[in-house]
Design a protein around this ligand. Structure first.
Ligand code: UDX
Length: 466
């Protein structure tokens, strides 16, 4: 919305939320999220044509176009628990829009939703306010965190789905005109509602599948002595495949990939497409395997136990340049190590201690259901320490795990880190950010995902399955 306000000075944009504290933060000098370039854009238009307000009903009533971007988390209870999208928030937003509307409106689905959600929303809107014409559009968002402003300023494409009726087509044109302020027209793709809804799920599923494919290869590389970075480079040189999104890692995270794939799996199952559902399920299963494989490498390398040993965790966010920890691989890795009674010292340049402790105390999917939050377990508090410096985290540690690819981890003084650690000093790089040869020269025992193994790591027996 900030980018729309920035690019379209004549359009008034009001961002509304029932959470007053969030709105206050958006109106303050310290925005509630960290995203490179966002501060500048918000500050350029706030008070001009970009406003933040908790007066939801007033501004929805006045709007011509309402973008709905409420949470659509994975259901944790009832039918479809663990897979289906929970549309509670969407449904209540739609009922509120119907209640307060006094003029015709275009209602835009920005949240990623199961296919055919628009149909349900349309029913709620039209049955609750018969005098108003509501046009539902699907306009999925493809930005990635950390590069959001760039992605918004120069999107690969903007997708708009609408009803194939004269009113539907008119609504599509209205929204298209908004984006046409800065996006070339041939990059604004229009299609039917269901194709637009499914395209978002399909794009995320295929992106995640690429990562699971390269991560699956990383296991084979370790077993054979191949180097996954070299394999990915060679594969990506094929112009049909392309070089992006082929970095092996400790596992993908973020609020979208797992949730959207599980949702896709559920939709396939509901449509009787068991084979298709199983195919996509594998993408999530390989991701879980990659995280537990990493934990096993750590434990087995460190003489089959990390009990009572200090392990430094460098990076907790799900990727660099964000403070977001939703579904971050770090949560599962830390749980694995805590299960083996390790003592963790965590450092991330953007994630607060509170957030880390809360994440480690949560059950799966709870992050998106604040009402299910668990009180922090006393064990977690005793076993985890959060510090504000990589050197502090690694001091006296037996091992270091790099779980986010922050640029600063490439530039650390690893000799200094080595000198301050217990010996033998282990380093486990889940993001391929360190120079393996240099670190081995310093004296570290190094594991880097998908790279030829240090004999020390290789010769140890595998840890029993957790
Ligand atoms: C994703 C989609 O990219 C975006 O289009 C959609 O709108 C939302 O979901 P995001 O979750 O912000 O965006 O980040 P993304 O860059 O896709 O990374 C997702 C995860 O995959 C991260 O944990 C990242 O570290 C990991 N990843 C990415 C890899 O492990 N290897 C890669 O090569 C790329």
């Amino acid at each position: 919305m900030a980018m729309i306000a920035f690019k379209c000075p004549k359009i008034e944009v009001v961002v509304v939320d029932i959470a007053v504290a969030r709105i206050n933060a958006w109106n303050s000098d310290r925005l509630p999220i960290f995203e490179p370039g966002l501060d500048e854009v918000v500050k350029a238009c706030r008070g001009r044509n970009l406003f933040f307000s908790a007066d939801v009903e007033k501004h929805v009533a006045e709007a011509d176009i309402v973008f709905v971007s409420v949470n659509t988390p994975t259901k944790t209870r009832g039918l479809g628990a663990g897979k289906a999208a929970d549309l509670t928030y969407w449904e209540s937003a739609a009922r509120m829009i119907a209640d307060v509307s006094k003029s015709d409106k275009i209602v835009v689905e920005k949240s990623t939703v199961p296919v055919k959600t628009a149909e349900a929303i349309e029913k709620i809107l039209t049955h609750n306010n018969k005098g108003i014409n509501f046009q539902i559009l699907s306009n999925p968002e493809f930005l990635a965190e950390g590069t959001a402003m760039e992605d918004l300023a120069k999107p690969d494409r903007v997708l708009i789905g609408g009803r194939e009726t004269p009113e539907g087509r008119k609504a599509v044109e209205t929204l298209k005109a908004v984006y046409a302020h800065w996006v070339p027209e041939d990059q604004i793709i229009t299609m039917n509602l269901w194709s637009a809804e499914l395209s978002k799920l399909a794009a995320n599923a295929i992106l995640a599948q690429r990562i699971s494919s390269v991560n699956a290869m990383s296991a084979l590389c370790e077993a054979t002595g191949a180097d996954v970075a070299e394999v990915a480079y060679a594969v990506g040189k094929d112009s049909r495949i392309g070089p992006k999104f082929l970095n092996a890692s400790v596992g993908f995270g973020g609020s979208c990939f797992q949730k959207d794939i599980l949702n896709l799996v559920y939709i396939c199952e509901c449509n009787g497409l068991t084979e298709v559902a199983n195919y996509w399920k594998q993408v999530v299963q390989i991701n879980d395997y990659q995280k537990s494989r990493f934990v096993k490498r750590v434990v087995s390398s460190m003489f089959n136990t990390v009990s009572g040993k200090k392990i430094a965790i460098l990076g907790f966010a799900f990727k660099k340049d964000t403070g977001d920890t939703r579904e971050t691989a770090a949560i599962d890795v830390c749980h694995g190590l805590l299960g083996d009674k390790a003592q963790l010292s965590v450092y991330d340049p953007q994630v607060t201690a509170d957030q880390i402790m809360r994440d480690l105390a949560m059950n799966k999917f709870d992050w998106d259901h604040p009402q299910h939050l668990q009180p922090m377990s006393p064990t977690t508090t005793k076993q985890v320490d959060v510090v504000w410096d990589a050197y502090e985290a690694t001091k006296n540690a037996h091992g270091v795990c790099i779980l986010t690819e922050w640029d600063e981890f490439k530039k650390l003084d690893y000799k200094r880190i080595y000198d301050g650690m217990q010996k033998p000093a282990f380093i486990f790089d889940g993001r391929n950010v360190i120079n393996v040869e240099e670190l081995r020269k310093i004296g570290f025992i190094v594991y880097s995902v998908g790279k030829p193994l240090d004999p020390w790591v290789k010769d140890l027996p595998a840890a029993p399955p957790s």
